[in-house]
Design a protein around this ligand. Sequence first.
Ligand code: PEP
Length: 246
Amino acid sequence: MATRTQIVAGNWKMNGSKSLIKEIAQAVAQKKNNAEVIIFPPAMLIEQAVSEGLSVGTQTVSEYEKGAFTGEIQALLAKELGATFTLVGHSERRAIYGESDNDVANKFAHAQASGLIPILCVGETEEERESNQTETVVARQLEAVIEKVGIAALANSVVAYEPVWAIGTGKTASPEQAQAVHKFIRNLLSEKDQQVASGLRILYGGSVNEENSESLFAQADIDGGLIGGASLKPQSFLAICNSAKG
Ligand code: PEP
């Protein structure tokens, strides 16, 4: 099996401040393992976060190179400011801003073409889980991207499984529930390219905190986490980072 360095990523959403960047950078500097830490602050804080020594990404990115797209986040400029990653297809972007699977695939492709590493977020709603649609939904979201960029392109990306019902709700998937979907994702990709599948980092996201992170990160196909609320609390975030393997 490929060795996969675990990632702990913090998605600040529309929260945070210049002073919180400093506090998080100080907390992350005390990390006791080799897990990779990436912060996704609001775009306006990227430059400062980079200058504090953090590895940084944008929370979304435009699928267009440049032009008349008021308010959008430009991949090339994010890269110039020092960002190395971007989230694509976060469930809030899909639900609130109506991003389709096809939009997400275009963003993934443009991010890579611009030199950003995409973290592709996939996951089912509560209704979809209750009607046994989890695998169908996750497969559809992945296939839309693979159809656009090809399976080999996933080697330079990360996937985050984030059940929508677990995001910001305090309802975490159990380690077994999460592992089952992560294994499904890896098997699905393995049918297309075994090497890409075994090297791909698949993060879990959805109400991860310092109490549940260790048991989630200990699962065979869980390679770290995408953390929302708890990534805004420096000591909790540090504890989550320290619970990662690596
Ligand atoms: C997220 O925003 O991706 C997330 C997982 O949020 P939370 O940890 O707050 O559920």
